[in-house]
Design a protein. Sequence first.
Length: 75
Amino acid sequence: MLTPKVLSERLKELEEEGIIIPRVNTTAFPVRNEYTLTESGLGIIEIIRDIERWALKWKIDNIACGSQDCKVCAI
């Protein structure tokens, strides 16, 4: 389980590295922080998919998404 403190630290690191952009959504209640991937953050997606393909090929255990029609992690 991830503690709120650790999550906050990780999000701050990702922001500092230019991977995500924070945005405060004031249209919802309670007010929520939302994050969007930057162009460099989007570039990481293909790398992660390549690692997943490699892991599946060599039978390395992965946590399944669980969504049959997931467009993000579909191979």
